[in-house]
Design a protein around this ligand. Structure first.
Ligand code: ADP
Length: 831
């Protein structure tokens, strides 16, 4: 190489350096060895926004930088001066203040002598990179904040190796409080609840194969064995270098959400079932299950229902059955376990530790033996605040519910109350409907019975009327044979008695039904009553050719009873025994003492009763043998009277029968009078047999019905009395003055002056003060009797009057002789 070539070489080298200096995109500066700025390339001036390069010349390079980077600059200058390369990155705004980040390399420039003569500083604008990094940092921080706020963990899984990187939040979702360093796909699988494992695996496989996102909701088992819900999501990223790629995702603990969902779903289902009329136990099972699922951990729930003052089992699908049985029927009280107490105080009761709480004293052992350690019970209240039952939650560990748990269980409690309220209303409605139906049936039945009764009554009344009518016709035949006339009269008297009986029975039933029957109770020996009843029924018993066996204790059994009524009871039963037993039957009447009661049993071997008839036979108008061969006529009110009269005496009547054709036994139980078994000597014989006196009396008969008056006059005269007759009130007063009668039979309903006025006028006169005045009237109601008593009547006989009754009455008026006896009489109106 020649000289000119060398020069041109060095020139061209100079030019090249200059060209490179100027064309570099970086900010290139030449400094002197002290670090003063000698030169800056064009691009440098441009990026540093330097308009006037001259003013920069000679400036200390570090002085162009912010204070913060001076140390770095000095260190790099020092390095350059010692022949090394200094590097640093720092922030330095442009001359005009635009913020810039620089990556700076400081190198020595050697002179021809090989000594360091200058320093080259190359600043690369890395602002864009720095901003990107800053943004990335910011984004990462923001993401972290969001994940933490949402309690979402993140993870990254290497699909090729199955190893993973996880965040602490991720690890917490699996029950770890410290970061897990060696998380892997296998470890994840182990935590998944066995019941959910298969599904999660197939969901993950589908995602990997189809290169789509993965999302699973499943239960995980924590190291302490508790079960929680997670939601895990991920998406696949493939890098060009690896085929399998990686999966990045999040995981969140959704236990609370799942519990809330279970509670809501349970309530929805229960309400749906309630509307569709499912059985209460099914609905309560759904609600208790919801309570259990809504509480997550090992919780057992139960619903108990209030019945009276006790709590009865409603639903407890998970509680040990032996424990449920033990607390079934627990009484509501101020310290009876959790449920009994909660129902009593109408507020929730939390028993944190069953072992220590005195409320559980009575049930502690059984609870602990079944692993129940805590119980939270809440009263189920209706809209009106009425306790319907309790909802309890048991756990196998000591525990107090959190506010969130109280809140979510409160909703379930409301739904349970709604369901129970609705059920109760429906039950009450059904009961009311059933009662209404029963009433309607009963009404229809009683209506039918009444219709049958009216037909029977018409028939029964027509029966005696026919012979009476024929009797009358026969009596009208002139020159009738006197003997046959006697027979006809006797027949007619029997028929009239029969009719009066029917009417009396009807009136009695009406009086009892209206509660107006007056009992004239007196101490009386039952044996006397039975004797009279037997006498009364004797004709019917004899007509059937039955044998009657009587068995009674000898010692008198005293009752406080209305003798007439009890005779009626016993003779009704004897009559029935005679009526409903084919001829030549056997009837027995047995009187037995049983503690403070006496029992009269009347047994026959007659047509008996079907078991179904036993319950209805005492009802009004019931005739179970209607239409049967051997059944006799009647009105179906005799037994009603028997029962009502017996009950009015504080007794009861029952019937038994081995069945149709096998006879029956009617038993009447009556209370004995206290200290009632008396000496025979102390027993007052009752005036039941109508000991009749035929002592002669002066009698005045007053009746505007001439025929009726004449018949009575005739009968009284035949009995040996001295009788006068008047057909109106005025005549009656005159005759009374004239004849001074012992007794006056006074018709009440008369034109002009009626019987009441006559009685009152007589009573107003002192000399008639003791005359016995007997009302004869068709009106026998208690009001009529009271009215006649007020007017001064002593007795009240209803028409048609049985002459036997008149004779009994007159006999009671005349002790030995007619004179002066009336003053000794006890006046009363017979009822
Ligand atoms: P009545 O005899 O007038 O029909 P009751 O009230 O006395 O009315 O009796 C009601 C029904 O009870 C009778 O119709 C008859 O069917 C039945 N009954 C009563 N006593 C007996 C009895 N001793 N044996 C069988 N059936 C009887």
């Amino acid at each position: 190489m020649n000289e000119s070539t060398k020069i041109s070489d060095s020139v061209s080298q100079l030019n090249l350096n200059q060209w490179m200096f100027e064309s570099s995109p970086d900010c290139v500066k030449v400094l002197d060895i002290e670090g003063r700025l000698l030169e800056m390339n064009r691009n440098g001036r441009c990026v540093m926004e330097v308009d006037d390069a001259v003013c920069l010349a000679g400036r200390e390079w570090p002085s162009l930088w912010p204070e913060a980077s001076h140390a770095d600059i000095r260190a790099s200058l020092l390095a350059a001066r010692s022949g090394q390369v200094g590097r640093f990155s720092a922030f330095c705004p442009t001359v005009k203040g635009t913020p810039k980040w620089w990556d700076v390399t400081v190198t020595p420039i050697l002179g021809d002598s090989g000594r360091i003569e200058r320093i080259l500083a190359v600043s690369r604008d890395i602002t864009a990179l720095q901003v990107a990094k800053e943004m990335e940092r910011e984004n990462a921080a923001r993401l972290q904040f969001i994940l933490e706020a949402a309690q979402v963990g993140e993870w990254e899984l290497d699909l090729a190796t199955g190893t993973a990187r996880t965040s602490l939040l991720h690890d917490r979702c699996f029950g770890y409080t410290e970061p897990v360093t060696n998380w892997s796909m296998g470890r994840f699988g182990e935590h998944i609840h066995p019941a959910d494992r298969q599904e999660v695996e197939s969901e993950l496989k589908r995602a990997v194969m189809g290169r789509v996102g993965w999302r699973s909701e499943c239960r995980v088992v924590w190291p302490d064995s508790s079960v929680h819900w997670i939601c895990v999501q991920g998406s696949i990223y493939r890098s060009p270098s690896t085929r399998a790629g990686r999966m990045v995702g999040t995981v969140a603990d959704i236990t609370l959400r799942k519990r809330a969902e279970a509670l809501a779903e349970g309530q929805r289902l229960a309400l749906e079932q309630a509307v569709s009329g499912a059985p209460l136990s099914t609905i309560l099972d759904v609600l208790t299950r919801a309570a259990e699922e809504g509480s997550g951990e090992t919780v057992m729930a139960s619903v108990m229902l209030l019945e009276g003052k006790r709590l009865r089992h409603g639903s407890a699908p998970s509680l040990p059955p032996a424990f449920s049985r033990a607390i079934d029927g627990v009484e509501v009280g101020p310290s009876v376990g959790s449920c009994g107490t909660a129902a009593f105080i109408k507020r929730p009761v939390v028993v944190h530790d069953i072992e220590k709480d005195p409320l559980w004293a009575d049930f502690r052992d059984i609870a602990l033996s079944h692993g129940l350690r805590s119980c939270w019970s809440q009263p189920i209240l209706s809209l009106q605040g009425k306790v319907l039952g309790t909802l309890a939650v048991y756990r196998d560990k000591c525990w107090t519910p959190t506010p969130a748990e109280r809140e979510s269980m409160g909703l379930l409690l409301n739904t349970t109350a709604l369901v129970l309220d609705r059920h109760q209303q429906a039950t009450e409605r059904q009961q009311a409907e059933a009662e209404l139906r029963q009433m309607a049936d009963e009404l229809a039945r009683s209506d039918r019975r009444k219709t049958e009764f009216i037909a029977t009554l018409a028939h029964e009344l027509r029966n005696p009327l026919a012979p009476i009518q024929s009797g009358l016709e026969l009596m009208n035949v002139p020159h009738s044979d006197p003997e046959s006339l006697v027979r006809i009269r006797a027949m007619m008297a029997r028929q009239v008695r029969h009719m009066s009986h029917l009417v009396d029975d009807l009136l009695d039933v009406a009086r009892i039904t209206k509660g107006t029957l007056e009992l004239r109770k007196e101490p009386i020996a039952l044996q006397d009553i039975v004797a009279v009843a037997v006498d009364t029924s004797r004709p019917l018993i004899d007509a059937g050719a039955h044998t009657l066996r009587l068995q009674m204790p000898d010692v008198p059994l005293m009752l406080k009873a209305d003798p007439t009524r009890i005779v009626q009871v016993v003779s009704n039963l004897l009559n029935n025994a005679a009526k409903y037993t084919p001829s030549n039957g056997h009837i027995s009447l047995i009187v037995e003492r049983d503690e403070g009661m006496v029992q009269i049993s009347i047994t026959d071997n007659g047509i008996g009763l079907h078991p179904e008839a036993l319950s209805s036979i005492f009802e009004m108008f019931v005739q179970v043998h209607k239409g049967l061969d051997g059944a006799q006529d009647g009105l179906g009110i005799g037994l009603t009277l028997v029962r009502q009269v017996t009950e009015l005496h504080g007794g009861a009547v029952t019937v038994t029968s081995p069945g149709l054709g096998s006879g029956s036994t009617f038993s009447v139980r009556l209370p004995l009078l206290q200290n009632s078994v008396l000496d025979e000597s102390s027993v007052q014989p009752a005036n039941l047999d109508g000991n009749r006196s035929t002592a002669q009396l002066r009698i005045l008969v007053v009746d505007d019905n001439v025929d009726a008056a004449e018949v009575l006059v005739e009968l009284l005269r035949m009995s040996g009395h001295e009788v006068r007759v008047a057909h109106d009130g005025f005549q009656a007063l005159e005759l009374a003055e004239a004849s001074r009668p012992d007794a006056v039979f006074l018709d009440v309903g008369m034109p002009g002056m009626n019987g009441f006025e006559v009685a009152m006028t007589l009573r107003a006169k002192p000399h008639f003060e003791s005359v016995v005045i007997i009302a004869l009237t068709g009106w026998g109601a208690p009001g009529d009797r009271a009215q006649s008593r007020a007017a001064g009547f002593d007795h009240h006989l209803t028409k048609p009057t049985n002459f036997d009754d008149i004779e009994i009455l007159l006999a009671s008026l005349a002790p030995a002789s007619a004179a002066g006896h009336i003053l000794a009489m006890r006046p009363h109106v017979q009822g």
